[in-house]
Ligand binder design. Structure first.
Ligand SMILES: Cc1cc2nc3c(=O)[nH]c(=O)nc-3n(C[C@H](O)[C@H](O)[C@H](O)COP(=O)(O)O)c2cc1C
Length: 712
């Protein structure tokens, strides 16, 4: 074992190192220089047994951002050091609270959650310590980078900027401004440019490497939006070297992501296949960033490598696409997933992506803190609808995408949306669609020419599929579960379903009607011999067990009261926050059940059916009719999210009210209605001796309702 060299530690050296590290980090934004100082300071403090300095050094090593040291080794080492110093510190001290806050943020970030850091933030706010608050806000903001957090994130960024005036630390003010700028771009705020201008004014007076790096990335994004690809490529190289100078691990991938965007719009994405293969395994890529895998799926599909593309797509989808971490890269990753699904004609993936993206329809698809942009989310929704061949929906979303990309002045995305809109019109093929398609293509060609973009010749045709997707079918109690890839549906029993099971179990085989009937017998439980013809027993048992456990996981019921706002022949409507638990649950599984009770009349009505989202127009109309307080409340409350305190909510409402003063309070993009289209309605009337009446109506396939009386 090599002998350890002990150095003589003078308290003055330690203090100087800590001060030097803090200066490098907070004044210059030099993350690497800061890390070197803090690393040495930690070792010296450990030798000297100086717990407080060890804690300050470990906190310094954590850096300005979260998960700054990207490799597993560096993250584990940091966590071990923080845990170690926490055990040595007085648990009630401000330093211990700082360490706990950092640990909460690091853990939340890697899990894609934010409850622990928000709880720590509440504790920090109560101390009134501005430096502690600024640090907690920086960390908390970094853990809320998903699209559903745009509004709450902006609040934190404003709070950080305010706190900066009390800490008097450059990093706090610059990061507050930077977060506000990046959040404004991510929200599609047309005034984002003003904030960038203000940030650059500050950086112009004196550079800050870490913040300047991000600002230079936003410049690349803006050049891409303007369609100035050569300039964007040159700026991406500048951005990468600025990131390297700051010691920011992101520099390696950000320039890659920018190049992907440029080549994407140039129709040259396949050139980047070697780089993408390399990047998906990069140890310094954030664990919650899957955008490189999505880009790889698209590039592989475009190059004709269908298995490679399908493999990357399957890796992204996992057992459910909903589990993909909602990081700052989520929207651009989903955009890649939709495009890959389109090229591979994977309708099930497109459908799932559509459901997940829909609540964020009006956000631009921006990666990270404004590193790159693929235009409006409506574009991805339109392409998903094209993939599932829902022509009306595709036309609706792509028309909106064209408008939103115009507003963003994203010329390459505008051209791409027009091309896809032309495709959607062609798919719909109704009166006037052919003309509309031609108009869009003409406009795309003219816009491409005036922005100096390549003529619109996007290689967007689906890759020919060698074999159709195969569905599986299995009996579950009295029903049948039909599964295609990761999605499944339970269907009522009928002779036709059994025939379908036999046909699917014998792909590409001619089956005589008589054999089909024999197969039916074979599939009926209890007749083991014949069952062998179609499905293996062991496989059936295994499959059933798995389905049983999946059912338990998926079908856990949940209930809450909502206000029925209307009903008509289309169904029963209520309004809510699409990001709430109920919103997410319904988007995941549209099956819903309503119960109404009139005690005095002894009446109950139960309705079950499928939920669908209400149109933007209806949502807007209803939102406008709500009282001002309720409209503000919809913005102020991140429904179903864990919040620190009642005070936070009230403060949030106050600030939102201030922001909207004198302005129209528009509908939040994540707020709207669900309509339950009924398939079963049961009327219950209380009668003496509990011999109540129960009349159930079931919707038949031909659209009529069949009435049944049930025992009470
Ligand atoms: C009488 C009553 C009416 C309600 N109406 C609504 C409503 O229309 N929309 C809504 O989102 N929540 C409404 N709520 C609140 C919900 O019950 C629920 O607490 C909230 O929506 C969060 O649910 P979740 O976290 O399960 O999504 C109502 C609650 C009560 C008691």
């Amino acid at each position: 074992m090599p002998a350890r060299r002990l150095e003589l530690v003078r308290p003055g050296d330690l203090r100087a190192l800590l001060a030097e590290g803090t200066r490098a980090q907070h004044e210059d934004g030099d993350l690497e220089a800061g890390r070197q100082c803090f690393e040495r300071a930690y070792r010296l403090a450990e030798q000297a047994g100086d717990t407080e300095s060890m804690a300050l050094a470990a906190l310094g090593l954590a850096g300005l951002w979260v998960r700054e040291g990207r490799t597993v080794t560096s993250s584990v080492l940091l966590e071990a050091r923080l845990q170690h110093v926490l055990a040595l510190l007085d648990p009630g001290s401000a330093l211990a609270l700082r360490v706990r806050t950092r640990l909460a943020g690091e853990a939340d970030y890697s899990r894609g959650t934010h409850a622990d850091i928000m709880a720590a933030l509440t504790e920090v706010r109560a101390t009134g310590d501005p430096e502690l608050l600024a640090e907690a806000l920086r960390i908390a903001h970094h853990c809320l980078l998903g699209p559903e957090h745009v509004a709450s994130r902006r609040q934190l960024a404003v709070e950080l900027t305010k706190a900066a005036f009390r800490t008097d630390r450059r990093s706090d003010l610059l990061m507050g401004l930077l977060w506000q700028t990046a959040d404004a771009y991510c929200a599609g705020d047309p005034h984002a440019g003003r904030l960038l201008g203000e940030l650059k004014d500050h950086l112009g007076q004196r550079d800050h490497l870490a913040v300047g790096f991000v600002a230079s990335a936003i410049d690349v994004m803006l050049a891409i939006r303007a369609g100035r690809f050569d300039e964007a490529e040159a700026l991406a190289a500048v951005c990468a070297s600025r990131g390297a100078a700051a010691g920011d691990a992101d520099h390696a991938w950000w320039s890659g992501a920018q190049l992907v965007t440029i080549r994407w719009y140039q129709g040259r994405l396949t050139e980047l296949l070697p780089m993408l293969h390399d990047r998906v395994h990069s140890p310094v890529l954030s664990a919650v960033d899957n955008s490189a895998v999505a880009a790889l799926a698209v590039a592989a599909a475009l190059s004709g490598d269908r298995p490679g593309a399908a493999s990357a797509l399957a890796a992204l989808c996992g057992s459910d696409l909903a589990a993909l971490p909602r990081s700052s890269a989520w929207l651009v990753t989903m955009h890649g997933i939709v495009e890959a699904a389109y090229l591979l004609e994977a309708a099930d993936v497109a459908l799932r992506a559509y459901e997940l993206l829909h609540p964020h329809a009006n956000l631009p698809m921006i990666g990270s803190l404004g590193v790159t942009c693929f235009g409006s989310t409506r574009h991805a929704l339109g392409v998903a609808a094209l993939t599932t061949r829902q022509a009306d929906l595709a036309v609706e979303h792509l028309t909106a995408a064209v408008q939103q990309n115009l507003a963003l002045a994203h010329w390459p995305a505008l051209v791409a949306s027009r091309q896809r809109l032309a495709q959607a019109h062609a798919l719909r093929g109704g009166p006037g669609d052919a003309d509309a398609a031609r108009r869009e293509l003409d406009a795309a060609t003219a816009e491409a020419a005036s922005a100096g973009l390549p003529a619109p010749e996007y290689p967007g045709q689906p890759v020919a599929s060698p074999a159709p997707a195969v569905a599986e079918i299995q009996r579950v109690g009295r029903k049948w579960r039909v599964t295609l890839h990761s999605r499944g549906v339970l269907v009522e029993d009928s002779i036709g379903m059994v025939h379908l099971a036999v046909l699917l179990a014998n792909p590409r085989q001619e089956i005589q009607a008589a054999d089909l009937v024999a197969g039916v017998a074979g599939l009926t439980p209890g007749d083991a011999g014949a069952a062998q013809q179609v499905l293996d027993h062991e496989a059936i048992a295994e499959y059933r067990n798995r389905l049983k456990s999946l059912d338990i996981e998926i079908d856990q019921p949940d209930a809450r009261i909502v206000l029925l706002k209307g009903f008509d022949e289309r169904g029963f409507t209520f309004f809510t926050n699409y990001h709430s638990s109920k919103g997410q649950q319904l988007l995941e599984n549209p099956r819903a059940c309503l119960v109404f009770f009139w005690k005095e009349l002894e009446r109950q009505i139960r309705i079950s059916g499928l939920s669908v989202g209400v149109s933007d127009k209806e949502n807007d109309e209803y939102f406008k009719s709500r009282p001002e307080g309720s409209r503000l409340g919809a913005w102020a409350s991140p429904q179903s999210e864990v919040i620190g305190s009642r005070e936070w909510l009230e403060q949030n409402e106050k600030e939102i009210r201030e922001q909207f003063r004198g302005k129209e309070i528009g509908r939040p993009p994540y707020w709207g209605g669900f309509r339950i289209k009924p398939t079963h309605i049961e009327f219950w009337q209380g009668r003496p001796n509990r011999l109540h009446d129960r009349i159930r109506y079931d919707l038949e396939k031909n659209g009529s309702w069949k009435m049944k009386r049930l025992a009470p």
